[in-house]
Design a protein around this ligand. Structure first.
Ligand code: XMP
Length: 511
């Protein structure tokens, strides 16, 4: 980062804050999400602009988050969105009040005043609203730039001081021209040049990994998921002889996973595949409690990694992890959903256990950016669009006891499901799609014989980050094919049911 080539987003707890950050980067400006009361520390480069995010509170709430009091003295362009706009109005001498009615959903925006922020836009377009309060009186120096039927001050601006407020959400895809508005703010109002480029990032990161690592070695736990695969490719590019990648076959993975890994990463100089299936099945014997399953699997991973690390050359001093920016924000200041998606191997604490320093080159990146880096590094598309797969694997999709026989059945069902989803062209539009094996039998009939066999669930969800999810409305023909193939080809299954709950209230996984 150099001075003024990045934008800071102060996070007041909106569910859309991350989306603002992503949009900015898509426009080509590096963005960072910081706590509401963040301020420049005098040593790091100054941002070129400030965005105040939305948030669930009212500016009159004594516990409402507020920016650092020095905000207005930084003399930077500021864009306030929803709560951010209300805060701006309130703090600069305007008035905010409860709207007569909560406005939620689409609204028609009318531009009243030509302005740089709305340059190259039509006079009317659709925007997305989600607010309970609104600005009733402008602060001195501001003028009304746009209105909707229910919100007379839907956009305001003090052109001279480069301060703008939007009551609607330009970051969500339901707002037409939202990206253009953000781009206008960054480039026209703040005068920033789009310079965030992932090819550059790859080059810079390779150089900095080489510098940080020197002649020491790096251990990488390869799971086969997107993040660790892209990380392996990046580290191989940076320090091919010093990378020690290990893949653990837990027996709880998708069909044929070890062979896939061998095919994809067979060219790595030091690749170890550990067959630990027996060990994992042994610790899972008789375990039905979901948390106990996770605990046993987590411990076993740590033991396996610890034993592997012990026999590495003495110069190995780093553990590489594919930690992403959302994990970093969530574990830091964010007031957003408290839940954190569990890290891919569920082996928090491993670096301390084995005494290695952490190497996390993706700490500042979003998942889409990691995918893009994978593309730059030449990884195949099907690897980059793989659905997330939980660290404990099928153990959390088999309700009840996990046995090799039950895993074999769910693997087969999973393979059929993925094959059919790809064939139907729906795989990449889903966040996840998987079978769940229940410890429930039901009566069926095959030929003249009555059967008493297992029930299998089909779970398919759409989501952007796994924090919330919507059950997916799958084509009837697809559903029918799955039911037919599962009951016909997966031994011991005579009934298929569809999970039609969203998250919340359900979670995506069943355990
Ligand atoms: P839930 O089930 O909590 O899942 O709605 C949200 C996302 O997290 C994944 N998940 C896990 N990932 N270890 C993991 O590595 C786990 O124990 C675990 N549990 C859930 C899940 O697949 C979904 O994408």
């Amino acid at each position: 980062m150099t001075p003024r080539d990045w934008v800071v987003i102060l996070d007041f707890g909106s569910q859309y804050t991350k989306l603002i950050a992503r949009r900015m980067r898509e426009i080509g400006v590096f963005s960072r999400i910081e706590a509401p009361d963040w301020k420049p520390d005098g040593t790091s480069p100054l941002p070129g602009a400030v965005v105040l995010s939305g948030g669930p509170q009212s500016v009159y709430d004594p516990a409402a988050p507020r920016p650092h009091p020095s905000l207005w003295s930084w003399d930077l362009p500021v864009l306030g969105i929803c709560y951010g706009m209300q805060w701006m109005a309130h703090d600069l001498g305007g008035r905010v009040e409860k709207s007569p009615a909560q406005e939620y959903g689409p609204a028609e925006l009318h531009i009243l005043e030509a302005n740089e922020l709305f340059a190259n836009l039509p006079q009317h377009f659709r925007v997305w609203m989600s607010h309970g309060d609104r600005v009733e009186a402008l602060p001195p120096g501001f003028e009304v730039l746009a209105a909707t039927e229910d919100t007379p001050i839907a956009a305001m601006g003090d052109t001279q001081r480069r301060r703008y407020g939007l009551q609607f959400h330009p970051e969500v895809s339901h707002t037409q021209f939202g990206r253009q508005i953000l781009q206008n703010f960054l480039t026209r109002v703040a005068g920033m040049e789009p310079s965030w480029d992932l090819e550059d990032f790859v080059g810079r990161t390779i150089a900095s990994i080489r510098e940080q690592v020197g002649d020491r070695g790096v251990m990488l736990a390869l799971s086969g998921g997107v993040d660790s695969s892209v990380l392996a490719a990046l580290l191989h590019r940076a320090i091919p002889d010093q990378l020690y990648a290990v893949f653990v076959d837990t027996g709880l993975l998708k069909w044929d996973e070890p062979a896939r890994i061998r095919k994809l990463f067979g060219h790595l100089r030091h690749l170890t595949l550990l067959d630990e299936r027996e060990r994992f099945f042994r610790v899972l014997q008789g375990v039905v409690d979901p948390e106990e399953k996770r605990k046993q699997i987590g411990h076993t991973f740590i033991e396996v990694f610890r034993a592997y690390a012990r026999q590495l050359p003495g110069n190995v001093a780093f553990l590489a992890q594919g930690t992403l920016y959302p994990d970093v924000i969530e574990s830091g200041h964010s007031r957003g959903p408290a839940e954190v998606i569990k890290s891919h191997h569920n082996v928090g604490g491993l670096p301390e256990e084995i005494g290695f320093a952490l190497l996390e080159p993706f700490r500042e990146l979003f998942k889409d950016e990691v995918r893009e880096i994978g593309r730059i590094l030449g990884l195949p598309q099907d690897v980059l669009e793989r659905h997330p797969f939980p660290g404990p694997g099928f153990a959390v999709r088999i309700v009840g006891e996990v046995t090799p026989e039950r895993v074999a059945r769910i693997q087969k069902a999973d393979r059929i499901l993925e094959e059919e989803a790809r064939r139907a062209g729906i795989y990449s539009s889903l966040w996840q799609l998987f079978p769940v094996l229940l410890p429930v039998q039901s009566v069926g009939v095959m030929g003249d014989r009555r059967t008493y066999q297992d029930v299998m669930v089909l779970r398919a969800v759409e989501s952007t980050d796994g924090m919330t999810a919507r059950w997916s409305y799958l084509p009837e023909t697809f559903l029918e094919r799955i039911a037919r193939r599962w009951t016909g080809e997966v031994p011991g299954v005579n009934r298929v049911v569809l999970d039609i709950t969203s998250k919340p209230p359900a979670t995506i996984e069943w355990e």
